[in-house]
Design a protein around this ligand. Structure first.
Ligand code: BDR
Ligand code: CA
Length: 311
């Protein structure tokens, strides 16, 4: 099994990503690190523990608490989409124990060092935790097998400002550190995640599954916001697609480019700039996802949650 570690800011779509990762039974999940992002660190930590304890995976998965805020900015939350509690009110009465243990940054470093060239990092949140780990120990970059990042947008518009995607915008300084660290990176941006949209047809198929009620409730507000914005009642599965990229790389088409992120502009902070024509003459270091087989991914998502094999 592929060894993975997830970094999340749970969040409706982070929760769906966690469910997909656990329920696929395709990964050896070494741990989950949590950061501030969609909601506060405490709320994201609570939500992550809740989702994992509710699923009760065997063997159990350690959940570790990370960064309270971006490297040097004040937090920006996204309650409009994720609701006051970050899960759209789902699992409100689910009992939860808060996990303890060492801090997420030490945990990340330790797992990477214990599993040289074997670990895939799946990042579905602002990149604060990983940036702090890399700053503490830059050598770990050479030990990671793959880093799949949900973040950025290279050819389209943003989802938090006209040009920036949320995870990049919240902590662009962290994204810059990660992009320039030498880590092998696959960037799963809005260009592809916007093409995988969950709609009523999928919810109906999921109704009979153990996750049906959860997915319906968690996505209700997200669907309403998406409908107001786009006119179509369907919501993008951003974070689950990052898990999809690790599960089955053939779902996505990739091309290596030099990519950087803006950190010093009134208008454009968090914008990801992809040097398509190599005008800067710098080495192409990031594998940017440029196309996705949407129907295949959505089927994989639905079938995995229903407990049906997708192979
Ligand atoms: C990303 O931002 C967050 O709101 C989502 O959880 C996802 O990680 C999409 O831009
Ligand atoms: Ca997220």
């Amino acid at each position: 099994k592929k060894k993975v570690l997830l970094d999340v800011d749970t969040g409706v779509d982070d929760a769906l990503a966690l469910i997909l990762a656990v329920q696929s039974h395709a990964f050896d999940i070494l741990g989950i690190t949590v950061t501030s992002g969609n909601v506060s660190l405490d709320q994201a930590f609570l939500n992550t523990n809740k989702v994992i304890q509710w699923m009760n995976p065997e063997p159990s998965i350690p959940v570790r608490k990370g960064s309270e805020k971006p490297l040097n900015r004040t937090p920006v939350y996204e309650h409009r989409v994720h609701g006051k509690d970050g899960l759209g009110g789902a699992l409100a009465n689910q009992p939860v124990r808060l996990s303890e243990g060492e801090d997420a940054i030490d945990f990340l470093i330790q797992k990477i060092e214990e599993n040289p060239h074997e670990l895939t990092l799946i990042m579905t949140a602002p990149l604060t935790n990983l940036a702090r780990a890399l700053t503490r120990k830059p050598e770990i970059a050479a030990l990671v097998k793959e880093t799949v990042i949900m973040g950025g947008v290279v050819q389209g518009y943003g989802n938090i400002t006209p040009v920036a995607e949320f995870n990049m915008y919240v902590d662009p300084e962290a994204a810059k550190i990660v992009f320039h660290s030498g880590l092998p990176i696959t960037l799963v941006g809005l260009d592809v995640t916007r093409q995988v949209r969950l709609n009523e047809k999928h919810l109906l198929k999921l109704d009979s599954s153990p996750f049906g009620a959860f997915v319906r409730q968690a996505t209700a507000q997200y669907l309403a916001v998406s409908e107001r914005r786009t006119g179509v009642r369907a919501c993008a599965l951003h974070d689950p697609l990052a898990v999809g990229a690790a599960l089955d790389p053939s779902l996505l088409q990739k091309q290596a480019y030099y990519v950087d992120v803006e950190t010093n502009s009134d208008l454009c902070d968090g914008q990801t700039i992809c040097d398509f024509q190599n005008r800067w003459g710098k080495a192409a270091t990031i594998h940017v996802c440029t196309a996705v087989q949407s129907e295949r991914f959505l089927n994989l998502f639905v079938q995995t949650l229903k407990g049906e094999s997708f192979h």
